[in-house]
Design a protein around this ligand. Structure first.
Ligand SMILES: [Zn+2]
Length: 275
């Protein structure tokens, strides 16, 4: 298994640089002009909020599985289960070359709980098949306002694959999910012992919260949302403190005692016990 070289702890830095009103205005103008230019010259007809691939945070979102260079940095003194394969990577958890570019991030140890990265609602719980056999899949929808995000798309989807369906089938569509809720435990693709344990976690940005369903070539159900675009989950994990080098995302473990009323974006999807 390849352990990313960036798995070295640093002390969490919680001080946030707050932009002044005039700095925000300048950055907004830059972003808007980028959007207008793309609209005019690329013949693009998608929503303006979705055109700029970066925002005032400086981080790239990586729309449609474009590489972002974002890497996770885990807090010192905590034993976080690391992400083992990153977004837009061609390298799999076991170090082998992927058949397709990676649409999310992988991680987790067998049996480890996966935690909700932010408050939201259960959108879908289903038995999926992506070619590895039947497995459970879960889709949550998070409103931007719940995540303390003022700009951009109104909805974010988080998707969790390679779960055990019998562990998640009790979840009800429409059920509220608080940040840090235990969603399911890390299993293996299709539940097969021959695959390494992992959860595959995707994040989508969406203008509208509407799903349609289709059946894939493996007979599994697949959702569609025409307004949704994949982004790098690390972007959402970095919003609380945009990285100074536009690259190193300080992962924040969920703390049941913390106050998240103004915390923007996501906390980590695995528990990080103090080491
Ligand atoms: Zn994956």
């Amino acid at each position: 298994m390849s352990v990313p070289a960036m798995w070295v702890g640093v002390r969490p830095r919680y001080a946030r640089y707050v932009l002044t009103a005039s700095e925000r205005d300048v950055l907004r103008v830059v972003v808007i002009w980028k959007a207008v230019a793309l609209f005019l010259f690329a013949g693009c007809n998608v929503a303006v909020a979705h055109i700029a691939d970066d925002d005032v945070s400086g981080m790239k979102k990586g729309y449609d599985v474009r590489g972002t260079s974002l890497v996770p940095v885990y807090p010192q003194g905590y034993a976080c289960s690391p992400l083992t394969s990153l977004y837009a990577s061609w390298v799999d958890v076991d170090g082998s070359h992927r058949q397709e570019i990676h649409t999310g991030v992988d991680g987790g140890r067998l049996g480890e709980w996966i935690l909700a990265p932010g408050p939201g609602v259960v959108k879908a719980v289903w038995e999926a098949n992506w070619g590895w056999g039947n497995e459970g899949a879960l889709l949550l929808v998070h409103k931007a306002s719940e995540l303390n995000l003022d700009d951009g798309a109104p909805f974010y989807y988080t998707v969790y694959d390679h779960l055990r369906y019998d562990e998640i089938k009790h979840l009800q569509v429409g059920q509220k999910v608080p940040r840090g809720m235990q969603l399911a435990r890390v299993s293996r693709p299709g539940g097969h012992a021959k695959y390494l344990p992992e959860v595959h976690w995707e994040v989508w940005e969406a203008d509208a919260d509407r799903l349609t369903w289709t059946t894939n070539r493996f007979g599994g159900r697949e959702w569609r949302n025409r307004s949704a675009r994949l982004i790098d989950p690390l972007y959402m994990l970095g919003l609380h403190e945009p990285p100074e080098d536009d690259r190193s995302v300080s992962v924040v473990p969920f703390d049941p005692a913390a106050d998240y009323r103004t915390f923007p974006g996501f906390t980590y999807i695995f528990d990080c016990p103090k080491s």
